[in-house]
Design a protein around this ligand. Structure first.
Ligand SMILES: Nc1nc(=O)c2c([nH]1)NC[C@@H]1CN(c3ccc(C(=O)N[C@@H](CCC(=O)O)C(=O)O)cc3)C=[N+]21
Length: 312
């Protein structure tokens, strides 16, 4: 192990300090844990204020959540979304359909919600049962009510840099980075996982913010070589522990999108939290990191859909 050549007083920023710690092989210093729950509560309080102003003009923002089947994890998310809406003064309606609902019947439900003026946002909970074509269902949602931001036309608008709705998880991550004052212009951002829901839109938002973006997928040859270059590392693969501390650049901001249950039934992310925290400058925990932000941004998108409904 090399010894420190820099006096402690020169380690001005937390990034420099983390880099120095890593060079020293010290694990005494730990990266800061980012409180996504607290930030999500602040955003939800702001949504509540804006919803009140809208209600005074006669519009109560309304979200419709469609849940097919009885996946227990989906039940929990949907309950959390409804509770968050209620707390912020938004109307929410949960439509529960049996697992054997036909695709045609679901499309008709979506079309009816498209026509309902009290519904400003429509979310069809994913994943859908295997007999349904998720793309077809999503494309049936009116783009102006697609608060998930999954519709092809919203994906296209995001690519042009003029999004109507930003997908909730990447949007929430941008809010985290903003609140952490992470400089993105010229930064190296590495996204692990290239899904339509998280990885790809995340890459677009980081690019729009001026980062140099690397989007990794399951075929990436040397994942560690990519992640070790990242000033900002976003991991969204659904593979617990895919990123470990030795794959993190000292001082990096690490955003863990994974939500997995381990053998003991405990929630864990895609990042090995304990080892990564020893190297990172800041890191999101699971739970209490990205998850609550996803819900907060869903409320923001629903509120903005309702605000737009007044503008024409
Ligand atoms: N059309 C659609 N849109 C979605 O946005 C969508 C979806 N389908 N299908 C499922 C995933 C998953 N998802 C989560 C949102 C919040 C938490 C969340 O708040 N998690 C808490 C913990 C929750 C717990 O204890 O289980 C946390 O991380 O602190 C998790 C997961 C949205 N999804």
């Amino acid at each position: 192990m090399s010894t420190s050549v820099l006096p402690a007083a020169h380690g001005g920023s937390s990034h420099q300090q983390a880099a120095q710690r890593a060079q020293d092989g010290q694990s005494a210093g730990l990266g800061r844990i980012i409180d996504g729950k607290a930030l999500s509560e602040a955003i939800r309080a702001d949504v509540a204020r804006r919803a009140q102003a809208l209600a005074a003009r006669g519009v109560v923002p309304g979200l419709a959540v469609v849940l097919i089947g009885d996946n227990p994890a989906s039940q929990v998310y949907v309950r959390n979304k409804a509770a968050a809406c209620e707390k912020a003064g938004l109307n929410s309606r949960v439509l529960r359909l049996p697992a054997d609902t036909s695709e045609q019947a679901l499309l008709e439900v979506v079309q009816e919600l498209n026509r309902d003026p009290a519904v400003h946002g429509i979310l069809v909970q994913l994943p859908l049962p295997p007999h349904m074509d998720a793309a077809k269902v999503i494309e049936t949602i009116a783009a102006a009510k697609d608060v998930d931001g999954f519709h092809v036309s919203n994906a296209g608008l995001l690519m042009t840099g003029k999004p109507l709705f930003r997908p909730c998880t990447p949007y929430g991550i941008m809010k985290i980075l903003e609140s952490e004052q992470v400089a993105l212009r010229g930064a190296e951002a590495v996204v692990v996982g290239a899904s339509n829901i998280v990885g790809k839109p995340m890459a677009m938002l980081l690019l729009a913010a001026g980062a140099t973006v690397t989007l990794c997928n399951s075929k990436t040859r040397d994942l560690g070589a990519q992640t070790r270059r990242a000033d900002v590392l976003v991991v969204a693969t659904g593979k617990p522990g895919i990123v470990t501390g030795d794959m993190v650049k000292p001082g990096a901001t690490v955003i863990d999108v994974g939500i997995n249950r381990n053998a003991e039934g405990k929630l864990v992310g895609d990042v090995d939290f304990e080892s990564a925290r020893k190297v990172a400058g800041a890191i999101t925990p699971v739970p209490g990191g990205v998850g609550p932000m996803t819900i907060a941004m869903l409320l923001v998108n629903t509120l903005e859909a309702a605000e737009r409904s007044l503008q024409h």
